[in-house]
Design a protein around this ligand. Structure first.
Ligand SMILES: Cc1ncc(COP(=O)(O)O)c(C=O)c1O
Length: 471
């Protein structure tokens, strides 16, 4: 009987696959022998493999180029990166290297952009989309940014914003209008709180926008919270938005762009079979068809892909510290970290990441639950998408077992907080950046060591800052 972990995986999936492979009994990822990384840096460990960010941007751009060719689509395509998915400088560096423009969501995003402009990393030719509900500071910052000679397109979330922006923006300025999408049926509410309802778009334009000269409507934006998916719900929302676009275009000749937001999904299982090129092809084709029916020129397309850009660059590793057998059936493998603090989406929205052991693939497997180190009963991870349970190489006290969670590069650091105070004072793990040099060799750099006790005590007000300086 085949009872080795490798047998289980080979029987369940087509493996090795994409970025995952094996070297003897160890997992490789993007050609990296992960045990080498763990031996050098220990666990818990968060890594970012930088080249993957540029690869993902190239992938989406190639998908849109192919779709536009195939559908003889007259409009252009521009890739924006949604900064809130991961604001860290090493991510933004990779994104800017690909000459990608940025989409912001808050006041401090603008301050980050101003700093990048001062350093010459963002040039005057760049475009910044300012999305989200805007408080006074965000409005003020948008106004300041428009005076720095960069192309800024605020996306209007509500009527009041237009008046507020009018007070801080001097010259002519392009704007976008966000349509509030209808939420997927599983939500507790019908309409997204973000944006302006479908029926209110035309009255908003005729009543407030068309009567003034400063703002020129350039784009219409929508974002479907549940992401881009081959479902009746998604296609229905897309078609409603494109129809509103066509109605508005007939009244507003300056409108020439549809911003389809983010939402390209990421792999959450080795069985993931989302076909990016097919979906992009369908989106482009459907936009073109609806515009043709309405006798409207097809728009330029903007996208604001966040997770798609940055998720695949991230992975998080833990060791199994011990196994607790709570009854005949339940074996708890305790990890040296916390799911709640390190991968908060696993707890908050029951998100699943690809989870694989790093070593011992030739050993027998067993079914386990994974327990985090906080004393919160919700700090666990217990199901893999494919088999509704977790299987790992059999635990042995004298044999280290490491496991990795993959595609963790988006949102987890900011939702869980970086270097702050975490539940049960679990420290933020060490964070290492991996890259390739000109020869293609792997190089690494510690971005942040594991959070220290002193740093936590200082944040908690136990150690004054001058004492910290002496340490
Ligand atoms: C307006 C807007 N654009 C883009 C994104 C990025 O979405 P994703 O990370 O799914 O690509 C978000 C995410 O919440 C968003 O709210």
């Amino acid at each position: 009987m085949k009872t080795r972990y490798i047998d289980l995986i080979e029987q369940t999936f087509d493996f090795p696959k994409d970025e995952f492979g094996l070297k003897d009994d160890r997992l490789t990822w993007n050609g990296i022998d992960l045990m080498d990384v763990i031996r050098k840096h220990g666990t818990p460990l968060r890594i970012t493999y930088l080249p993957r960010i540029g690869e993902k941007i190239d992938m989406a751009r190639a998908g849109f180029a192919k779709a536009r060719r195939e559908h003889r689509y007259a409009g252009g395509y521009t890739y924006f990166y949604c900064t809130k998915s991961n604001h860290f400088s090493y991510v933004i560096d990779q994104v800017l290297k690909k000459r990608v423009d940025l989409e912001t969501s808050s006041a401090y995003d603008i301050e980050m952009i101003e700093l990048l402009m001062e350093r010459g990393e963002i040039g005057k030719g760049a475009t910044v989309l300012c999305n989200g509900f805007k408080d006074e500071r965000y409005i003020r910052n948008i106004g300041r940014l428009t005076r720095k000679g960069i192309r800024v397109i605020p996306i209007i979330d509500n009527l009041a914003e237009l008046h507020q922006l009018d007070e801080v923006i001097e010259g002519p300025c392009e704007i976008g209008i966000r349509i509030a999408a209808e939420e997927a049926p599983k939500f507790e509410f019908y309409t997204s709180r973000l944006g302006i309802g479908y029926k209110d778009i035309i009255p908003f334009f005729l009543g407030a926008v068309s009567r003034q000269k400063k703002f020129r409507v350039k784009l219409m934006h929508f974002f479907i919270n549940t992401g881009i998916s081959d479902t009746a719900y998604y296609w229905n929302e897309l078609s409603k938005c494109v129809n509103v676009y066509c109605d508005l275009k007939k009244l507003c000749p300056t409108l020439d762009t549809l911003d389809i937001g983010g939402g390209l999904p990421i792999k959450n299982s080795l069985n993931f079979d989302f076909d990016v090129d097919y979906m992009i092809g369908e989106i482009v084709g459907r936009i073109k068809d609806i515009c043709s029916e309405n006798k409207v020129v097809e728009p330029h397309i903007f996208s604001e892909f966040g997770s798609f850009t940055v998720s695949d660059s991230g992975a998080t590793f833990f060791s199994i510290l011990n196994q607790k057998k709570q009854n005949d059936k339940e074996k708890w493998n305790m990890i040296d970290g916390s799911f709640m603090t390190t991968l908060p989406d696993t707890w908050a929205i029951s998100k699943r990441f690809i989870m694989l052991p790093v070593n011992n693939w030739n050993e027998e497997y067993e079914r386990v639950f994974l327990g985090g180190m906080t004393c919160d009963s919700d700090d666990y991870y217990n199901s893999e998408q494919h088999i509704n349970a977790i299987y790992l190489p059999r635990f042995q006290e004298d044999r280290p077992q490491y496991l990795g969670f993959f595609n963790t590069g988006a949102y987890q650091d900011t939702l869980g907080g970086f270097g702050g105070i975490q539940h049960c004072l679990i420290p933020k793990p060490k964070h290492v950046l991996l890259d390739r040099n000109e020869r293609g060799d792997l190089i690494d750099r510690v971005f942040a060591p594991e959070q220290s006790a002193e740093r936590m005590l200082e944040l908690l007000g136990y150690l004054p800052q001058h004492e910290m300086a002496r340490k």
